[in-house]
Design a protein around this ligand. Structure first.
Ligand SMILES: *Cc1c(COP(=O)(O)O)cnc(C)c1O
Length: 368
């Protein structure tokens, strides 16, 4: 791997392929795979990652918002794209780019149908989301008759899939709850099929659902974090490879005398002679202030250098008193070791958050 000369997120496409194949190995041959590439592919690079997965013949993509789907179409993605949480103000644009909405209550279903009719659409593909316990978005299990009645008045839309989302698929202490979600979803699917007279595609599992609940794979699974290299448990993490490595470089080294302070608000006071290195990455790049004052650390020549004082907007200072290093040397924030998940734990958060926080000004470099 090349040595970083500025703050860089290296993206390893071989690792992405490994993770994709590992997840696929958990599925039946005919189960479809939806790659979740919302939030810039969890902070990596949605255009590059989606195109690579499209070449690997992934079946479907999912994003959160219409604007993210449009960016994928602009980047050459021709596979179906589901938009998990589109707002009605974007329905026209969504249709113009052949994006497929997830609709989660009668209000948005009515609004979508009205626009589909005014655009002269016929069986425009939609997905209906059902709430089975997460209590975030979704029709209730008692809404099936109401949905049937709404749909019986129009040909403008066609239900391609119905789906639900697990609340705690990674937490085996909540197994009973999850099994109950699965049971509820099966009942909804049965009711839907009997009431409407056809069976749409069914899907429910995110990454941890794929790993922990093979009985709930149904017709398709939706994976995000697994593709990027995390299995949400110690054991499963071994089967994945993090695809992103966040690197930087030492800009300057300071010798701090006893009694001197480092950084804003003089948050760090040296109780003895110390050496610090200043690194060009700060909270505007995704390293939040919660990592400051000794919580988070970077790795220089394999050794941990704790963050000293407050995280600045564009810089951090780290303690290198016991590390033999010089200005210009490479710094690892996270990647293989520590992983993003381990780095995130130092500030009591999770891989999902630290990855999606990596800001757009951080240079992305692809490694094939
Ligand atoms: C984000 C999201 C996923 C992906 O979850 P992972 O844990 O990253 O695999 C799947 N389904 C829905 C509805 C989501 O919002």
């Amino acid at each position: 791997m090349p040595t970083a000369q500025e703050t860089t997120l290296e993206i390893d496409l071989k690792a992405l392929k490994h993770n994709y194949n590992y997840l696929k190995s958990k599925l039946q041959k005919n189960t479809h795979f939806m790659a979740v590439v919302k939030a810039y592919s969890y902070g990596h690079d949605a255009k590059i990652i989606a195109n690579y997965l499209q070449d690997l013949k992934v079946d479907y993509f999912a994003v959160a918002y219409t604007s993210e789907g449009i960016a994928l179409r602009d980047a050459g993605i021709t596979k179906p794209i589901m938009v998990l949480h589109p707002q009605p103000t974007s329905f026209k644009e969504l249709m113009a780019r052949c994006l497929e909405p997830s609709l989660y209550n009668s209000k948005v279903l009515h609004e979508f149908i009205a626009i589909a009719e005014s655009e002269g659409q016929n069986t425009y593909p939609i997905h209906l989301k059902f709430n089975t316990g997460l209590n975030r978005l979704g029709f209730s299990e008692y809404d099936v008759k109401g949905i049937a009645s709404i749909l019986s008045h129009t040909n403008a839309v066609g239900v391609k899939s119905i789906f639900s989302h697990m609340a705690a698929s990674e937490d085996l202490n909540e197994k009973e709850f999850t099994l109950n979600q699965i049971k509820t979803f099966k009942a909804i699917a049965k009711d839907f099929t009997e009431t409407l007279g056809f069976k749409p595609m069914l899907h429910m599992c995110n990454t941890s659902g794929i790993l922990n609940y093979p009985e709930a794979h149904f017709d398709m699974v939706r994976s995000g974090i697994g593709l990027y290299g995390f299995g949400n448990s110690e054991e499963e993490n071994h089967n994945f490879q993090p695809i992103g490595t966040l690197k930087s470089v030492i800009s300057q080294i300071h010798h701090i005398k006893k009694g001197e302070t480092v950084g804003y608000n003089r948050a760090f006071k040296a109780d003895k002679f110390q050496k610090t290195a200043t690194i060009p990455i700060g909270h505007a790049d995704g390293i939040g202030r919660q990592y400051g004052n000794g919580k988070g650390f970077v790795t220089i020549h394999g050794k941990q250098a704790p963050i000293v004082g407050n995280v600045c907007m564009d810089m951090i200072m780290v303690n290198i008193t016991d590390i033999d290093c010089k200005e210009g040397d490479e710094v690892i924030i996270f990647g293989q070791q520590p992983t993003a998940s381990e780095f995130a734990q130092t500030a009591n958060t999770i891989s999902y958050e630290i990855l999606t926080a990596i800001s757009q000004r951080v240079k992305r470099v692809i490694i094939e």
